[in-house]
Ligand binder design. Structure first.
Ligand code: FAD
Length: 625
């Protein structure tokens, strides 16, 4: 039968990519259906109940700046918040929140259910309806045909999913959920390049059986950071303590003695696993000289006894899991509530996508999330939002939009995936971005909210909050630029200490803030705002401080970007000897020599030709003239 109504966007999958995709499309005013296996699992965190972290929180803030749900749900569900890299520069500072799994899921469900134009339907998608090379709908597991202008597929680890615990393996999309095999088969009949990847999760432990007294305590930060630009500390639920423990020599001995029983080492799994989130078997083998590895013992929620032991994901048999867990300090009597396992699943080569997430082989079909070879909720959410917004643009008959590498980590993510592909689960790091100082956590709204508003993604409340913040930042810059400290004044004495010499001339507060030893807090104490004016918020203060202190570096990165953009149409001579250009990798030389692009812009679009390589080409061309 046909579904009673037709949609402009149909999103398959209610995970992190799917919910952001569906919400984005619906915010843009198009009729959207979220078609998912089980309404109760919308927003479920398959693995670690934590959001953010280095590189990842930048994506969360970008999703937020474009009106998405992830940061808001984190503020409603976060039971411990920290700023990582707080002593390092602003470019690599990152917020991380431990979430209560149930509260997070409930928050996502609330946001989804409150969204106008968004409808949920519980069914598995088994097939796509095609009209030639264009998708026109979905067929569900019970044969219901749902017609739509566009389809966004976000099936996560479910396509051809196979779960491994030791030598046992069975089909599953994640523990407790069936896989999506019929859809996987259908997609394998299409021209997409399909590969297998794997990921793993640790056993969960009952907190009542753990001896916390031998573990190190780890509390969240004070002052506590907030994830969403619209969030506030008052939304945060009760905050809790995490703990840290370590594996022992005995743990490693047990693992080494049983490696042949690990699904990964016995050759049962062909998929490649996440390099930066290795299993404990992997760590013991790869870092054989280390006698101990850290484990973060993280609560799964306020009303749950379960703990997530972060750092010991495994596909060893259950009996071996029990033995090695009992060899860990504090876990000697641990009761395991769920075994750890590895999962293998189908993914599609992201080089078969366009930058706006549409597949090259099927028009109006968009892919997002884990199926594109990424790992992580944040990477999935960012792709989902982009796919959803572009599906909505297509449905409205408008041109696609995606951020450039110099505008957003989301731009870096999709550009890396689409130009270089990936053979292992891809996760975001700040080191992947060339223009890190421009792409900070504190300014994602400045980079994206105006565009989001133009696209229809940002509602009035967010827009008003953004405009207020933008004005507050501008006002504070102006106040610091026009407030002077005069020699001989009471403030001059303090300022002299910062300058390491007596104040001989007048200085603006802005000049003083540029000095390495001086913080925004010092300046604020030196000169309060005029009577009647409020002190700026911490967030405004942080942004102003960063913009002033790093103004030189920020300008240099901006100049570099402008220069590259100006030279995009610069022709590349037909006879250019790429082998003779210093600094280029052999791979890039070879590709350029093969393709012989006509302009710098064309060169930059060749897979593997990075912005750094384009800069080298530009320098070389200038030398030639
Ligand atoms: P998912 O969150 O998997 O959501 C997919 C959704 O689609 C589900 O709701 C599913 O029911 C639905 N669905 C699938 N097929 C269909 C269909 N045919 N019809 C209808 N609905 C469908 N990430 C890390 O960063 N670090 C880790 O260590 C890590 N370990 C992991 C361990 C395991 C065992 C698993 C399963 C995942 C792990 N992840 C890890 C990955 C993380 O869970 C994913 O990156 C993230 O959930 C991907 O989001 P997604 O939206 O793409 O897919």
């Amino acid at each position: 039968m046909n579904f009673p109504n037709r949609f402009e966007v149909i999103v398959i999958g209610g995970g992190h990519a799917g919910t952001e995709a569906a919400l984005a499309a619906a915010r843009m005013g198009v009729q959207t259906l979220l078609l998912t296996h089980n309404i109760e699992t919308v927003g479920v965190m398959s693995c670690n109940p934590a959001i953010g972290g280095i590189g990842k929180s930048h994506l969360v803030k970008e999703i937020d700046a474009l009106g998405g749900a992830m940061a808001q749900a984190t503020d409603r569900g976060g039971i411990q918040f920290r700023v990582l890299n707080s002593r390092k520069g602003p470019a690599v500072r990152a917020t991380r929140a431990q979430a209560d799994r149930q509260l997070y899921r409930a928050a996502i469900r609330d946001i989804v259910e409150a969204q106008p134009n968004l409808w949920i339907f519980q069914q598995g998608a088994d097939d796509l309806i095609m009209d030639g090379d264009t998708v026109t709908g979905v067929v569900t597991q019970t044969g219901i045909r749902i017609h739509g202008t566009t389809v966004v597929l976000t099936a996560g680890t479910f396509l051809g999913g196979r779960i491994h615990v030791g030598s046992d393996n069975y089909q599953g999309g994640r523990m407790g959920d069936a896989p999506a095999n019929r859809l996987a088969e259908r997609l394998r009949e299409m021209p997409f390049r399909v590969g297998r990847l794997k990921t793993g999760t640790p056993a969960r432990i009952d907190g009542r059986s753990v001896d916390f007294s031998v573990m190190e305590e780890q509390w969240g930060d004070d002052p506590r950071p907030v994830m969403s630009y619209m969030g506030s500390r008052s939304e945060h639920p009760q905050q809790v303590c995490c703990h840290v423990t370590h594996t022992t020599e005995r743990t490693h001995e047990i693992i080494r003695a049983n490696l042949d029983q690990s699904a990964m080492y016995s050759g049962n799994i062909e998929g490649v696993g996440p390099r930066y989130c290795p299993s404990i078997e992997d760590k013991v083998v790869r870092f054989a000289d280390k006698s101990s590895h850290q484990i973060f013992v993280e609560p799964e929620g306020l009303k749950s006894n379960e703990l997530y032991p972060n750092g010991i994901s495994t596909s060893l048999p259950f009996a071996v899991q029990v033995e090695f867990i009992h060899s860990i300090r504090g876990f000697e009597k641990a009761h395991i509530t769920r075994p750890g396992y590895a999962i293998e699943y189908d993914y599609f080569d992201p080089q078969d996508l366009r930058h706006w997430m549409e597949t090259r082989f099927a028009g109006n079909l968009f892919f997002a999330g884990q199926i594109n070879g990424t790992t992580g909720y944040e990477e999935a959410g960012a792709q989902g939002l982009l796919a959803g917004l572009n599906a909505a643009l297509r449905a409205r008959g408008e041109a696609p939009w995606y951020p450039r590498r110099d505008e957003a980590y989301t731009g870096v993510l999709i550009d890396d995936l689409i130009t270089m592909g990936t053979r292992e689960p891809y996760r975001m790091f700040t080191s992947r971005a060339e223009y890190r100082l421009l792409l900070r956590e504190d300014n994602a709204d400045q980079r994206l909210t105006e565009k989001g508003r133009e696209l229809g993604l940002v509602d009035d409340a967010r827009w008003a909050a953004y405009c207020d913040k933008r004005e507050a930042v501008a006002r504070e810059h102006e106040r610091l630029r026009t407030t002077f400290v005069q020699p001989g004044s009471a403030q001059a004495e303090l300022a002299s200490a910062w300058l390491d010499q007596p104040l001989k001339r007048e200085y603006t507060l802005l000049d003083l803030l540029k000095r390495p030893k001086v913080t925004y807090g010092d300046i604020a104490a030196l000169a309060e705002p005029e009577a009647g004016a409020d002190r700026v918020s911490d967030i405004v203060a942080q942004q102003v401080e960063t913009e002033i202190k790093y103004a030189g570096y920020i300008q240099r990165q901006q100049d570099e970007i402008n220069q590259l953009r100006r030279h995009e149409d610069t022709p590349l001579p037909e006879d250019l000897d790429y082998a003779g250009i210093t600094g280029l990798s052999n791979e890039v030389r070879q590709k350029l020599a093969e393709v012989r692009p006509g302009t710098l812009a064309q060169a930059s679009r060749i897979s593997g030709v990075t912005p750094a390589a384009v800069s080298l080409l530009l320098v070389h061309l200038k030398k030639r003239t």
